[in-house]
Design a protein around this ligand. Structure first.
Ligand code: CA
Ligand code: CA
Ligand code: CA
Length: 627
């Protein structure tokens, strides 16, 4: 966790006033501090006790750790995670991250706060420095390999510094022995440096790009060209020297030519801050849009494009880029997809899911795109990889236009919440294509006058008389009996049984006279609808399994005129599908009839051209018991 040695930007950020309290007592840091001051005692954190449960969740401790309080220390006041000052030590040294300066406990305390947020110190294993930076700042991290960096790398870093981003750089190590090894140029391998400035100077008639780097140790500096006392500075005008605050101080900070920087350092990490983490007076900021969502099994957990049948069911976000970057033809954006709270779940055996996203050109409408769109259209851009990291982020340059972003897990049916953040240089408009419910049902058909009855209809009347009996009305029980007898004979349906509840729902939908039974004209219309429903089932049971999968259902419902939100679809699956996410004909009819019933009631009750209805408690319960 080398960054925690303290990039200078970190200390400068104030606590956001609305920081959410995380302590179980419900008290904020300030309240807990007052309590400790009043009783004159050192704070002991009951949420994260000084014992092995805070260190490990799976491993038994092999060494007797002793929890010590450091002799002097400071609260890092901008974070409202309250920790006590007990740190795990072994033989008098801090066990986890420690600062080179043994009297500086700031970084270790910060790490403890981070460990507490994530449940235990062990949960941090395998987590990266960038994640820690993101957690502390709410920013989005990017990694650049200097060898593969884009052409305008210098400009990118310059903009990042202007935006107040945190920048770090390092040299790779090939083995543990190389860690912290010093090169002949005075650089330390495997060590995290901070980038603090970027500038250009006139040097022998040429513009030279320079970069300022800081060794957080506060000493040990680069000794090549443009280092503290290097001869190059003698050929630079005093004004330039003054502007670059060049002074040969052995303070760990030094300039180097950007060209040399790229040759010596392997990696640059940038933590892009969102505007709310920056000081009010920061001139350059990213524009940020945030979308929260979830992948839910059976409705929105569609998996990646390899799974064409389900991919289209993933959440889709529409992005409109209208303004080009300053002086450029394209728009820069940074798209970061994060899975939420998985590290806390690690304790219960949950691993990181493999996640990523794809960007498509929008076909120009505001509808959730269907399977055919993805079958026939190639993507425009995508995250570099689908990977099992907490966050996947990449930088893109796209011409102004409208785009569709599809975040997904690699495999379908994997569940998690996610947060998608879009950083853009100029303001971009984005919205979730999943919020709208639109019902478009056919007009109910009118019964025909008896004199136009065909021969088939006359036979049907005879059938009806046998079902209905003397009262000439079909009850739910009579309907159940006849439908089971008829459907049992169909060869193209894997039919088990139609339940009484489905029949009651059917009667509720078709009974226009309101007596709870179907008379002949109602029954005639029902028979027509039944044929449509069964055809729908057969047509959209694409794999001919005899059952409707949750994904087949989504298409079938759409064909029947129901465009539903993800939340509604999730609810339907919970209520009607079995463990394997399948609906048989009975479930399907039950669901379809209820949906139609509810939609028709809504349409009948709503005010003219309005999308809402007013109900009091009596009317509402009356309705729900009836539908
Ligand atoms: Ca220096
Ligand atoms: Ca009736
Ligand atoms: Ca099926």
């Amino acid at each position: 966790m080398p960054y925690l040695h303290g990039p200078p930007g970190l200390q400068a950020h104030p606590v956001p006033q609305n920081a959410r309290t995380t302590h179980s007592s419900g008290q904020s840091f300030e309240q807990l501090r007052q309590g400790s001051l009043q009783t004159g005692s050192l704070f002991e954190d009951v949420d994260f006790p000084a014992n092995n449960t805070s260190l490990f969740y799976s491993e038994r401790s092999q060494v007797p750790f002793e929890w010590k309080r450091p002799g002097f220390w400071q609260h890092s006041e901008w974070l409202d995670v309250v920790i006590d000052d007990r740190l795990p030590t072994f033989r008098g040294r801090l066990v986890f991250l420690h600062s080179a300066d043994h009297t500086e406990f700031w970084s270790a305390l910060l790490e403890k706060a981070y460990a507490k947020l994530n449940g235990s110190y062990e949960a941090l294993k395998g987590g990266s420095t960038l994640e820690a930076m993101e957690d502390f700042t709410g920013g989005v991290a990017e990694t650049f390999l200097t060898r593969e960096a884009p052409q305008d790398f210098y400009t990118i870093l310059g903009k990042a510094l202007k935006r107040g981003s945190l920048l770090g750089c390092s040299m790779d190590i090939r083995n543990a022995a190389e860690s912290e090894a010093r090169t002949p140029f005075g650089l330390i391998k495997g060590h995290a440096y901070t980038i603090t400035g970027l500038d250009q100077v006139d040097f022998r008639g040429q513009k030279i790009e320079l970069i300022r780097v800081r060794n957080p140790w506060g000493q040990v500096e680069w000794n090549g060209p443009w280092s503290d006392s290097s001869p190059e500075w003698k050929s630079v005008g005093l004004a330039d020297q003054k502007r670059l605050c060049h002074a040969a101080l052995d303070d760990g900070e030094f300039w180097m030519a950007f060209q040399d920087f790229r040759a010596h350092f392997d990696k640059v990490e940038v933590c892009n801050l969102s505007p709310d983490a920056l000081q009010e007076d920061a001139l350059h900021r990213w524009e940020v849009a945030v979308h929260q969502g979830s992948w839910v099994r059976g409705s929105t957990a569609g998996g990646c494009r390899n799974f064409l049948d389900t991919f289209w069911t993933n959440p889709q976000i529409k992005l409109s880029l209208t303004e080009k970057d300053e002086g450029q033809e394209e728009c820069t954006l940074l798209v970061a997809l994060m899975q939420k709270d998985r590290r806390k779940l690690k304790r219960f055996g949950a691993d990181m899911l493999t996640i990523g996203y794809v960007i498509y050109q929008s076909p120009g409408n505001d509808e959730h795109l269907d399977k055919d769109f993805f079958r026939y259209h190639a993507s425009l851009a995508r995250s570099k990889t689908f990977i099992n990291l907490r966050e996947v982020s990449d930088r893109f340059r796209l011409p102004p236009g409208e785009y569709i972003l599809v975040p997904s897990t690699f495999e379908p049916h994997q569940e998690a919440d996610f947060c998608l953040r879009i950083f853009s240089e100029k303001k971009a408009i984005s919205r979730d294509l999943d919020g709208t419910v639109d019902i478009n049902l056919p007009e109910p058909s009118q019964p025909k006058p008896p004199e136009q009855e065909t021969e088939e209809e006359q036979q049907f009347r005879a059938l009806f008389q046998r079902i209905a009996g003397e009262d000439m009305e079909v009850t739910a029980e009579e309907l159940e009996y006849v439908l089971n007898a008829v459907l049992q004979k169909r060869k193209d349906l894997k039919f088990k049984k139609l339940s009484l509840i489905s029949c009651r729902n059917i009667i509720s939908l078709m009974d226009t006279s309101g007596n709870g039974k179907l008379e002949f004209s109602e029954f005639l219309m029902f028979w027509d609808r039944l044929k449509q429903w069964i055809n729908l089932f057969i047509q959209f049971d694409v794999d001919k399994s005899g059952t409707m999968s949750s994904y087949e259902l989504r298409t079938a419902l759409r064909a029947a005129g129901f465009q539903l939100s993800s939340r509604l679809l999730q609810l339907i699956i919970l209520r009607y599908a079995d463990e394997g996410l399948q609906l048989d004909l009975d479930d399907f009819l039950n669901c379809l009839v209820r949906l139609e019933n509810a939609s028709r009631v809504f349409q009948a009750l709503r005010m003219k051209n309005k999308d809402f209805i007013h109900l009091n408690i009596n009317e509402f319960i009356n309705l729900t018991m009836n539908i």
